[in-house]
Ligand binder design. Structure first.
Ligand code: TYM
Length: 328
């Protein structure tokens, strides 16, 4: 049986961006067919950076609403902070990890130069490993930036199996989409990220059509007057826009290039605007509807989903606790 676990942080307003959507969220509904699946709003992870307690519940609600609006079944969504078994397993796993291994994590290395970096940033991947292993997951749908973290989870699963002398835990594997790294549309050498200094390069699911059009119009393109050649010959900026269009419209990147031959770069942007309004605006409208009229429904989903998640993770963590010689 395939056991799928994935998560998304409710940082910022809580709205996922196009990287989150195309790199992970959009693939979930298809992937989970005939699998057991758990999709979490990783609100505890969001506390590893500066955060505002009075905003966190709202942004978590918005993330959950976005997952539902994007087609993730409402009964598999839960909140990380509602399942404390993750923290218990994280402690056991942290005793199997080495400090050096944690310091080598790329996301930590990237941020560790910043002033006042918290310990949570170092221990973050262990909590993520616990998120995965407390469901005994086999598969983790995620963008490429989470590859190293899933590898750490696999390594800690092997170490724990070794310690208890049996293959109790599955060794989780990442599941990437065809395009697991969506780039910033303004600075195409950087991945699209909620923390980008210039937010004009980041398209959010909750952007109004006017805001999205504005961002797309400013997107970096090419200095050539007309669109020529196939996908492989395009610059990174153009490739990224083509990828976003192809993923939204579910056509190949070659098909996009064929449709654009001899046209202007403004036509490429218009194609993106029309794909955006056809595929993302309906999701935005559903998010808005839930947030404005039906927050109790989102809360009920989180409640029921968290109860279900806690049941599974409690029974797994109890077994692990016992196998480690702990508990009664
Ligand atoms: P987060 O919140 O940064 O991102 C959520 C998902 O979106 C993917 N992603 C991208 N994919 C393609 N292009 C991009 N530019 C891009 N930016 C983000 C991420 O890879 C991720 O799949 N630590 C995780 C959350 C988490 C988690 C877990 C994930 C907590 N526990 C357990 C899987 C399993 C994170 O910060 O994702």
């Amino acid at each position: 049986m395939n056991i799928i676990v994935t998560g998304i942080q409710p940082t910022g307003s809580g709205s996922p961006h196009m990287g989150n959507y195309l790199g992970a969220i959009k693939s979930i509904p298809k992937l989970i067919k005939s699998s057991e699946a758990y999709v979490m709003v990783a609100d505890v992870h969001a506390t590893t950076v500066d955060f505002e307690p009075s905003e966190l519940k709202k942004s978590s609600l918005l993330t959950a609403a976005s997952l539902i609006a994007a087609g993730v079944p409402d009964d598999i969504i839960f909140k990380q902070s509602c399942v404390p078994q993750h923290y218990e397993l994280a402690i056991y796993l942290s005793h199997l990890a080495s400090v050096g291994q944690m310091e080598r994590m790329t996301q930590y290395k990237d941020k560790s130069e910043e002033k006042g970096v918290g310990f949570g940033l170092l221990s973050y991947p262990i909590l993520m490993a616990a998120d995965i292993l407390s469901y005994n997951a086999t598969t983790v749908p995620a963008g490429i930036d989470q590859h190293q973290h899933v590898q750490l989870a696999a390594d800690l699963a092997r170490k724990l199996n070794n310690k208890i002398g049996e293959d109790y835990l599955n060794i989780p594997k990442p599941k990437f989409t065809k395009n697991p790294k969506i780039m910033d549309i303004l600075n195409p050498d950087k991945k699209m990220s909620k923390s980008s200094a210039n937010q004009n390069g980041v398209l959010y699911l909750t952007d109004t059509i006017d805001i999205a059009v504005n961002k797309i119009k400013r997107a970096t393109t090419d200095s050539k007057p007309y669109f020529t050649d196939g996908f492989d010959d395009q610059s990174d900026a153009i490739k990224n826009l083509i990828v976003i269009i192809s993923e939204l419209m579910e056509i190949t990147t070659d098909d996009v290039c064929i449709q654009l031959q001899g046209k202007r770069y403004s036509d490429l942007k218009n194609m993106l605007i029309s794909a955006y309004s056809e595929h993302i605006i309906p999701i935005k409208e559903q998010i808005d509807y839930m947030m404005n009229n039906n927050q109790s429904y989102i809360n009920e989903c989180i409640d029921a989903g968290s109860e279900r998640a806690e049941k599974t993770s409690n029974s797994n963590v109890k077994i692990i606790r016992n196998k480690l010689g702990l508990g009664l």
